[in-house]
Write a protein that binds this ligand. Structure first.
Ligand code: ZN
Length: 468
């Protein structure tokens, strides 16, 4: 039972028809087949061969990705990795396990031979016939030349002869066919050889050989591999399309391809770096420009502020000058004032009447109570201070403009003749002395020191800013 489909998906626990099985058993016997199974297991040791290839290709680093366009321990190109089904395991070879990379390498070796690794296959001693990981035994079974010494192949040969009738001699190319070995299943074979349509198609194509039960295949049976030709010889791991069969030429070509690939990548990196550099410079230039503009704007603002400040200063200076000029031009009028405060208007200047000697009133009367403070209307010198006849007690002042002012009917006098007084200073108090009808101040302005040169006092005071 071990000989036929020992582990396949199609294995059925139910008893199978014994029609074929006895043929195998009688022809080869389990005892003969078992060593072949052992040989297959022992073949894993030859995985060391792939390790040697990997040592040569990638220093034995199965997960290497140096950016040279080749990946993993055996330096697969992505196209080769994909073409031989590696993407079932991982998107790139360097991401797959060693066992997975070896499995794909087996297929590549199968299709392209050791020239796929033109240099390293020679160094490692890799040949088409000496593959790794158990395929040695399988190949031994499928290659009639090497199969002879093996005891197991005797079984295969006999079984083969009995089942398909062609004999081992018909299998010469080692390609497009598969010779069943112990442990094989249709699904396993279909998977191993990438048969499109899977084990079902494989079975259909070999129905005459296999018979009615797809679970029952026999060591030595020669199976056609449908769809195998279609995907034959995809790109080599190296440069892809090279057709040269000369290993040295392939090696040169592959190294040339790798060199070109590296140069392309270097150029691309340099281009990227140059672009980044340019972008950085543009950014920097923009920042500098902005900074310069901001600085300029700030400069302009400061200049405008300075200009405004200067303008304010000039205006202030101008105002100050104008004030000073005004002060200079202004008459010494600080001392001008009315002779009494809080008065009611009395008889006005110029009113005519028989009781005045001149025929008219020569001054301006202010109706104020006796004792009201009487002041000099401006700076002046006292020219008379005493009794003035009908004027009663009086004070007469002479001013800088040559005019005289007279204050009459006083109740008291507080200055002496010849004394200089300032405007606003009290010179006496009002009363009703002399020829007076009641308490009031008679105020008179004259152009000369004596009686008869009177002028309008209201107009005179108004000239000096004092309105009565
Ligand atoms: Zn009067």
């Amino acid at each position: 039972m071990v000989l036929v489909a020992p582990a396949g998906r199609h294995r059925r626990p139910t008893p199978r028809p014994l029609s074929r099985l006895p043929l195998v058993l009688t022809a080869g016997g389990a005892g003969l087949a078992l060593p072949l199974v052992s040989a297959s297991g022992a073949g894993a040791a030859s995985g060391g061969l792939w390790d040697k290839v990997a040592q040569c290709e990638s220093s034995g680093n199965w997960s290497t990705n140096t950016g040279n366009g080749h990946f993993g321990g055996l330096q697969f190109t992505p196209s080769t990795w994909k073409a031989f089904g590696g993407t079932v395991h991982a998107s790139r070879a360097d991401l797959a396990t060693r066992a997975q990379q070896v499995a794909v390498a087996e297929k590549v070796l199968d299709a392209q031979g050791p020239g796929a690794w033109p240099v390293c296959s020679v160094r490692a001693g890799l040949t088409r016939d000496r593959a790794a990981d158990g395929s040695t035994a399988r190949r031994a079974a499928s290659e009639p030349g090497e199969a002879a010494p093996r005891t197991g192949t005797a079984t295969a040969r006999q079984a083969s002869a009995r089942t398909d009738g062609t004999g081992p001699a018909a299998v010469g190319d080692g390609r497009g066919h598969h010779r069943v070995v112990p442990g094989d299943t249709l699904s396993g074979i279909a998977e191993e050889h990438d048969v499109r349509g899977g084990w079902q198609r494989l079975y259909t194509a070999n129905r005459t050989v296999v018979g009615g039960d797809p679970d029952l295949i026999v060591p030595g049976q020669r199976l056609d591999l449908p769809g195998r030709q279609v995907q034959e010889r995809p790109a080599a791991p190296g440069t892809g399309q090279e057709a040269a069969n000369d290993p040295a030429e392939q090696s040169r070509s592959r190294q040339d391809g790798q060199r070109k690939e590296r140069e392309r990548q270097r150029a691309a990196e340099q281009h990227r770096a140059a672009e980044q550099q340019k972008a950085a410079e543009r950014q920097k230039a923009a920042e500098q420009k902005e900074a310069a503009e901001q600085k300029e704007a700030a400069e302009r603002r400061r200049a405008a502020e300075r200009e405004r400040a200067a303008e304010r200063e000039r205006a202030a200076e101008q105002q100050k000058k104008q004030k000073a000029a005004a002060a200079k031009e202004a008459p010494a009028s600080s001392g001008w004032t009315a002779p009494v405060r809080g008065y009611a208007s009395g008889t006005a200047y110029g009113v005519s009447g028989p009781h005045w000697a001149s025929g008219h009133h020569t001054g301006q009367d202010f109706a104020v109570p006796t004792g009201t403070s009487v002041r000099a209307v401006t700076d002046g010198t006292v020219v008379a201070a005493g009794w003035g006849g009908s004027y009663g007690y009086q004070v007469v002042l002479r001013h800088a403009d040559g005019k005289y002012t007279q204050y009459a009917h006083l109740s008291s006098i507080s200055v002496r003749t010849g004394e200089r007084v300032t405007g606003g200073r009290q010179i006496g108090r009002s009363g009703s002395t002399g020829n007076s009808t009641g308490p009031h101040l008679h105020f008179e302005v004259r152009t000369g020191p004596g009686y008869g040169s009177d002028i309008d006092p209201r107009a005179y005071l108004r000239q000096h800013g004092v309105t009565l």
